[in-house]
Design a protein around this ligand. Structure first.
Ligand code: SAM
Ligand code: SF4
Length: 438
């Protein structure tokens, strides 16, 4: 008999979504079934993010919207897990007294135990950083044709603006054979694509101190696995990204020609203050290397505007870099001070009005560039992995090119999970429109 119904509300990056899959796996293992209807749920878990204040505010707002439901249904269990849980700990109960448990990033696998213990205790909080066995956790995958596979946990880079190393701990690589086993299982379940996840995938394996185990060897091992159609990875760090990695992608069968390489700022002064460990010239050389070796590759980035001390000249350097590189897409953010990080203590914080203006300007430039990059594909036949029926138009299918561009086209939904050829007919800022060729 089912233990009841659960609802998961996931916020944040791909890693947070992968953690959500582990939470779902544990809940289903102890007999809970998923529901999309809050009023039918016996347990609701918020898998959270705290990278920017705006995310945090939104999540607290959503948790507090459940006060009425909890009053009417006191047996409902409400939990908060992930980065915000790890950062705020007891504060979660202060801000949301109707929450029953707080589960930190290192204790993800303890959900069934928490649920048992809640029959004895009113509130529970598990946020210790001591050893957790991530390998034994079951998962229910939620990303369509894409299977997320963690390759590292945590981050040791301590970029001066970023909270991640504090809430997820220092970098720990998974054993290569564990990654291979998880990938093999995903292929056997029918997943055509895997996405390798790490805050800095390029340093994979270095902490294992095992000769020959590194990101390139991992990529080559996975590329040789039969029946795997596509490999993606996220995120690369320009300091640790190498030409050998580009060559590996070029020579591989299944590794996609998409490079997500966050630059953050085009100003050397700001990059140094961010503790990023590279210069704009180094970055531009990497881009040249990619363009020479794989001319059709797509390149995307992350950018922060309004970092403390960012002058008009620094911002002009960012705009200049954006124009030089001609990114296919960029995730752009206003700097958000995070307590506990170095940059939050810097004196020369930028007024919110200036940050907003810079973001708006940058987005206008980048939007135009994205559209122009996409328009270059008009008339070309491209390989598309079909993801299913489009979310916005039930008449259309949606899929992605190897370069990670979203394409809409007409076709049978039975094509989901298949590689097809699509002729590109129209190009917009975020999507392409095409006609199925084969
Ligand atoms: N590890 C990845 C990297 O180094 O690019 C991404 C991690 S972070 C979750 C995703 C993006 O959020 C970063 O690339 C950065 O642009 C942005 N970000 C992180 N901290 C931020 C902050 N305090 N304010 C604004 N944006 C931030
Ligand atoms: Fe944060 Fe920098 Fe680590 Fe990315 S590399 S998670 S931005 S500290």
């Amino acid at each position: 008999m089912a233990a009841g119904k659960y609802m998961l509300k996931v916020f944040g990056c791909q890693m947070s979504f992968r953690d959500g899959e582990s939470l779902a796996g544990q809940l289903q293992q102890v007999g809970y079934l998923p529901t999309d209807d809050e009023s039918k749920a016996d347990i609701i878990v918020f898998q959270t993010c705290c990278v920017r204040e705006s995310a945090e505010r939104k999540i607290y707002g959503r948790i507090n919207q459940l006060k009425g439901l909890k009053n009417n249904k006191p047996a409902l269990i409400i939990g908060v897990s992930g980065c915000l849980a790890q950062k705020d700990r007891e504060l979660v109960f202060k801000r949301c007294p109707h929450v029953d448990f707080v589960l930190g990033t290192h204790q993800l696998g303890k959900l069934p135990q928490v649920l048992t213990d809640l029959s004895t205790f009113r509130h529970l909080i598990l946020v210790d950083e001591a050893g957790q066995d991530f390998e034994s956790m079951p998962a229910v995958r939620t990303q369509g044709v894409r299977a997320y596979v963690n390759i590292t946990y945590g981050c040791s880079n301590f970029c001066s603006y970023c909270i991640v190393p504090y809430v997820r701990g220092v970098e720990r690589s998974r054993e290569l054979q564990d990654i291979v086993l998880e990938t093999k299982a995903a292929i056997e379940e029918g997943y055509p694509e895997i996405m390798l996840l790490g805050q800095n995938v390029n340093t994979y394996g270095l902490d294992l101190n095992r000769k020959g185990t590194n990101f390139v060897s991992l990529l080559k091992t996975l590329d040789s696995m039969p029946n795997l159609k596509r490999i993606r990875y996220m995120t690369s760090h320009p300091r640790d990204f190498t030409k050998e990695m580009v060559e590996t992608v070029k020579n591989a069968r299944s590794i996609c020609e998409h490079f997500h390489l966050p630059i953050q700022s085009g100003s050397n002064r700001i990059l140094s203050s961010m503790n990023r460990g590279y210069t704009r010239d180094h970055y531009l050389q990497l881009i040249d290397g990619i363009r020479v070796l794989i001319p059709g590759a797509s390149i995307t980035t992350d950018l922060i505007v309004g970092f403390p001390g960012e002058t008009e000249a620094d911002f002009a350097d960012t705009l200049d870099l954006v124009e030089r590189v001609q990114f296919d897409a960029a995730y752009t953010f206003m700097f958000s001070p995070r307590r506990g990080t170095k940059a939050a203590t810097f004196n020369d914080q930028i007024p919110s009005k200036v940050k907003k203006e810079r973001l708006k300007y940058l987005n206008t430039i980048q939007g135009r560039n994205s559209r122009m990059r996409n328009q270059l594909l008009i008339g070309q036949d491209v390989e598309v992995l079909v993801e299913g029926v489009s979310k916005n138009n039930a008449e259309m299918l949606a899929g992605r090119t190897r370069t990670n561009k979203l394409v809409h086209f007409k076709g049978s939904k039975q094509l989901s999970g298949e590689l097809v050829t699509v002729s590109i007919k129209g190009a917009y800022t975020w999507t392409l429109h095409g006609r199925l060729v084969s």
